[in-house]
Design a protein around this ligand. Structure first.
Ligand code: SF4
Length: 214
Protein backbone atom coordinates (compact mmCIF):
# COMPACT_ATOMS: atom_id res chain seq x y z
CA UNK A 1 0.00 0.00 0.00
CA UNK A 2 1.27 3.48 -0.84
CA UNK A 3 0.60 6.73 0.98
CA UNK A 4 0.86 10.26 -0.39
CA UNK A 5 3.26 11.82 2.08
CA UNK A 6 4.11 15.50 2.42
CA UNK A 7 6.80 14.96 5.05
CA UNK A 8 7.78 13.17 8.22
CA UNK A 9 9.75 14.60 11.11
CA UNK A 10 11.02 13.97 14.63
CA UNK A 11 11.01 15.59 17.12
CA UNK A 12 7.76 17.48 16.80
CA UNK A 13 6.94 19.40 19.98
CA UNK A 14 4.19 21.76 18.82
CA UNK A 15 1.43 19.33 17.80
CA UNK A 16 0.50 17.25 20.81
CA UNK A 17 2.08 16.43 24.16
CA UNK A 18 5.77 15.56 24.46
CA UNK A 19 8.31 14.84 21.73
CA UNK A 20 6.55 13.24 18.80
CA UNK A 21 6.91 11.88 15.32
CA UNK A 22 4.95 14.02 12.85
CA UNK A 23 3.53 12.52 9.67
CA UNK A 24 1.91 14.92 7.18
CA UNK A 25 -0.14 13.35 4.40
CA UNK A 26 -0.38 14.94 0.97
CA UNK A 27 -3.72 15.88 -0.60
CA UNK A 28 -6.68 17.83 0.75
CA UNK A 29 -9.89 18.77 -1.08
CA UNK A 30 -11.48 20.64 1.84
CA UNK A 31 -9.76 23.88 0.84
CA UNK A 32 -10.40 25.94 3.98
CA UNK A 33 -10.02 29.66 3.18
CA UNK A 34 -6.92 30.89 5.03
CA UNK A 35 -5.28 27.44 5.31
CA UNK A 36 -1.55 27.86 6.01
CA UNK A 37 -0.71 24.48 4.43
CA UNK A 38 -1.83 24.98 0.86
CA UNK A 39 1.26 23.09 -0.28
CA UNK A 40 -0.41 19.91 1.03
CA UNK A 41 -3.54 20.29 -1.11
CA UNK A 42 -2.54 18.66 -4.44
CA UNK A 43 -3.00 14.88 -4.49
CA UNK A 44 0.36 14.57 -6.18
CA UNK A 45 1.20 10.96 -7.05
CA UNK A 46 4.90 11.77 -7.04
CA UNK A 47 4.67 12.06 -3.26
CA UNK A 48 3.61 8.41 -2.86
CA UNK A 49 5.78 6.24 -0.61
CA UNK A 50 5.28 2.72 0.69
CA UNK A 51 3.54 2.65 4.05
CA UNK A 52 6.11 0.04 5.08
CA UNK A 53 8.88 2.58 4.44
CA UNK A 54 7.16 5.12 6.70
CA UNK A 55 6.87 2.51 9.45
CA UNK A 56 10.51 1.50 8.95
CA UNK A 57 11.51 5.15 9.37
CA UNK A 58 9.52 5.36 12.61
CA UNK A 59 11.38 2.26 13.78
CA UNK A 60 14.72 4.07 13.39
CA UNK A 61 13.76 6.72 15.98
CA UNK A 62 14.89 6.02 19.55
CA UNK A 63 11.59 5.08 21.21
CA UNK A 64 12.76 6.65 24.47
CA UNK A 65 12.50 10.02 22.69
CA UNK A 66 8.94 9.54 21.44
CA UNK A 67 5.73 10.17 23.38
CA UNK A 68 3.51 9.60 20.38
CA UNK A 69 2.76 10.16 16.72
CA UNK A 70 0.79 13.05 15.23
CA UNK A 71 -0.75 12.49 11.81
CA UNK A 72 -1.83 15.63 10.00
CA UNK A 73 -2.02 16.91 6.48
CA UNK A 74 -3.38 17.44 4.02
CA UNK A 75 -6.46 15.46 4.92
CA UNK A 76 -5.49 12.01 6.22
CA UNK A 77 -9.01 10.59 5.78
CA UNK A 78 -8.83 11.11 2.01
CA UNK A 79 -6.48 8.09 1.89
CA UNK A 80 -8.48 5.67 4.05
CA UNK A 81 -6.82 2.40 2.97
CA UNK A 82 -3.26 3.68 3.29
CA UNK A 83 -4.07 5.47 6.54
CA UNK A 84 -5.57 2.27 7.91
CA UNK A 85 -2.40 0.31 7.09
CA UNK A 86 -0.25 3.08 8.56
CA UNK A 87 -2.19 3.24 11.82
CA UNK A 88 -2.29 -0.57 12.09
CA UNK A 89 1.51 -0.53 11.90
CA UNK A 90 1.83 2.35 14.36
CA UNK A 91 -0.38 0.43 16.78
CA UNK A 92 2.57 -1.94 17.23
CA UNK A 93 4.66 0.96 18.59
CA UNK A 94 1.66 2.04 20.63
CA UNK A 95 1.49 -1.39 22.31
CA UNK A 96 5.25 -1.84 22.71
CA UNK A 97 6.33 1.65 23.77
CA UNK A 98 3.13 3.41 24.90
CA UNK A 99 3.19 5.90 22.02
CA UNK A 100 -0.15 7.67 21.67
CA UNK A 101 -1.67 8.23 18.24
CA UNK A 102 -3.18 11.66 17.51
CA UNK A 103 -4.73 12.52 14.15
CA UNK A 104 -5.91 15.84 12.72
CA UNK A 105 -8.84 15.91 10.31
CA UNK A 106 -10.75 18.70 8.60
CA UNK A 107 -14.03 16.75 8.86
CA UNK A 108 -16.18 16.14 11.92
CA UNK A 109 -15.84 13.09 14.16
CA UNK A 110 -18.77 11.11 12.68
CA UNK A 111 -17.60 11.62 9.12
CA UNK A 112 -14.04 10.64 10.02
CA UNK A 113 -15.32 7.47 11.73
CA UNK A 114 -17.41 6.65 8.62
CA UNK A 115 -14.48 7.18 6.28
CA UNK A 116 -11.88 5.32 8.39
CA UNK A 117 -13.60 3.10 10.97
CA UNK A 118 -10.53 0.97 11.79
CA UNK A 119 -8.35 4.05 12.17
CA UNK A 120 -10.94 5.69 14.40
CA UNK A 121 -10.96 2.63 16.68
CA UNK A 122 -7.15 2.65 16.96
CA UNK A 123 -6.54 6.34 17.64
CA UNK A 124 -6.02 7.79 21.09
CA UNK A 125 -7.16 11.30 20.16
CA UNK A 126 -8.58 13.23 17.24
CA UNK A 127 -8.65 16.93 16.36
CA UNK A 128 -11.67 17.55 14.17
CA UNK A 129 -13.17 20.19 11.95
CA UNK A 130 -12.13 22.56 9.18
CA UNK A 131 -10.06 25.66 9.81
CA UNK A 132 -12.30 28.73 10.00
CA UNK A 133 -10.32 31.94 9.77
CA UNK A 134 -13.26 33.92 11.17
CA UNK A 135 -13.28 31.94 14.44
CA UNK A 136 -9.88 32.61 16.06
CA UNK A 137 -9.01 30.72 19.21
CA UNK A 138 -6.39 30.36 21.92
CA UNK A 139 -7.22 26.66 22.37
CA UNK A 140 -4.01 24.62 22.45
CA UNK A 141 -3.08 22.84 19.18
CA UNK A 142 -6.12 24.20 17.33
CA UNK A 143 -6.37 26.85 14.64
CA UNK A 144 -10.00 27.91 15.09
CA UNK A 145 -12.60 27.76 17.84
CA UNK A 146 -14.80 25.18 16.07
CA UNK A 147 -12.04 22.56 16.13
CA UNK A 148 -12.43 19.93 18.85
CA UNK A 149 -9.78 17.87 20.61
CA UNK A 150 -11.42 14.52 21.35
CA UNK A 151 -9.71 11.89 23.54
CA UNK A 152 -10.83 8.47 22.32
CA UNK A 153 -9.05 5.76 24.30
CA UNK A 154 -8.01 5.23 27.91
CA UNK A 155 -4.48 6.34 26.99
CA UNK A 156 -5.98 9.27 25.11
CA UNK A 157 -7.99 10.39 28.12
CA UNK A 158 -4.95 10.11 30.39
CA UNK A 159 -2.85 12.33 28.11
CA UNK A 160 -5.35 14.69 26.48
CA UNK A 161 -8.18 15.39 28.93
CA UNK A 162 -6.22 18.24 30.52
CA UNK A 163 -5.72 19.86 27.10
CA UNK A 164 -9.30 19.76 25.77
CA UNK A 165 -10.11 23.25 27.05
CA UNK A 166 -6.57 24.51 27.75
CA UNK A 167 -5.62 27.83 26.15
CA UNK A 168 -2.42 29.68 25.32
CA UNK A 169 -1.93 33.13 23.83
CA UNK A 170 1.54 32.15 22.60
CA UNK A 171 1.24 28.89 20.66
CA UNK A 172 4.53 27.09 20.08
CA UNK A 173 5.85 27.02 16.52
CA UNK A 174 8.86 24.96 15.50
CA UNK A 175 11.10 25.93 12.63
CA UNK A 176 12.80 23.25 10.56
CA UNK A 177 15.08 23.82 7.59
CA UNK A 178 15.19 20.93 5.12
CA UNK A 179 15.28 20.42 1.34
CA UNK A 180 16.10 24.12 0.86
CA UNK A 181 12.78 25.03 2.46
CA UNK A 182 11.75 26.40 5.83
CA UNK A 183 9.04 24.35 7.52
CA UNK A 184 6.95 25.82 10.31
CA UNK A 185 5.49 23.12 12.55
CA UNK A 186 2.53 23.82 14.81
CA UNK A 187 -0.70 25.77 14.69
CA UNK A 188 0.10 29.46 14.27
CA UNK A 189 -2.02 31.97 16.15
CA UNK A 190 -4.07 34.63 14.46
CA UNK A 191 -2.03 36.84 12.10
CA UNK A 192 1.15 34.93 13.03
CA UNK A 193 2.24 34.37 9.46
CA UNK A 194 1.87 38.01 8.44
CA UNK A 195 3.83 39.01 11.58
CA UNK A 196 6.63 36.61 10.60
CA UNK A 197 6.70 38.11 7.11
CA UNK A 198 6.83 41.67 8.49
CA UNK A 199 9.64 40.80 10.94
CA UNK A 200 11.71 39.24 8.18
CA UNK A 201 10.95 42.11 5.80
CA UNK A 202 12.27 44.54 8.45
CA UNK A 203 15.55 42.61 8.21
CA UNK A 204 15.60 42.71 4.43
CA UNK A 205 14.35 39.14 3.90
CA UNK A 206 11.44 38.61 1.52
CA UNK A 207 9.58 35.29 1.59
CA UNK A 208 8.55 33.75 -1.71
CA UNK A 209 6.55 30.62 -2.46
CA UNK A 210 4.91 30.49 0.95
CA UNK A 211 2.32 27.81 1.73
CA UNK A 212 -0.29 30.21 3.10
CA UNK A 213 -0.87 32.10 -0.17
CA UNK A 214 -2.16 30.78 -3.50
S1 SF4 B 1 -6.71 23.49 7.22
FE1 SF4 B 1 -6.43 21.26 6.96
S2 SF4 B 1 -8.45 20.56 6.23
FE2 SF4 B 1 -8.40 22.77 5.90
S3 SF4 B 1 -7.63 23.03 3.80
FE3 SF4 B 1 -5.84 23.15 5.17
S4 SF4 B 1 -5.04 21.06 5.17
FE4 SF4 B 1 -7.15 20.92 4.42
Amino acid sequence: MRLRLSRIHHPVTALGPGRRIGIWTQGCTIACPGCVSRDTWPADQETEVAVAAVLDWCGTVDPAGVAGVTISGGEPSEQPAALSELVAGLAGFQREYGWDLLCYTGVEENEFADRCPEVYRSLDALVTGPYRAGEPTDLVWRGSANQRLIPLSELGHSRYDEWVSAETSAPAIQVQVADERIWLIGVPGRSAMSKVERMLADRGIRLEGVSWRP
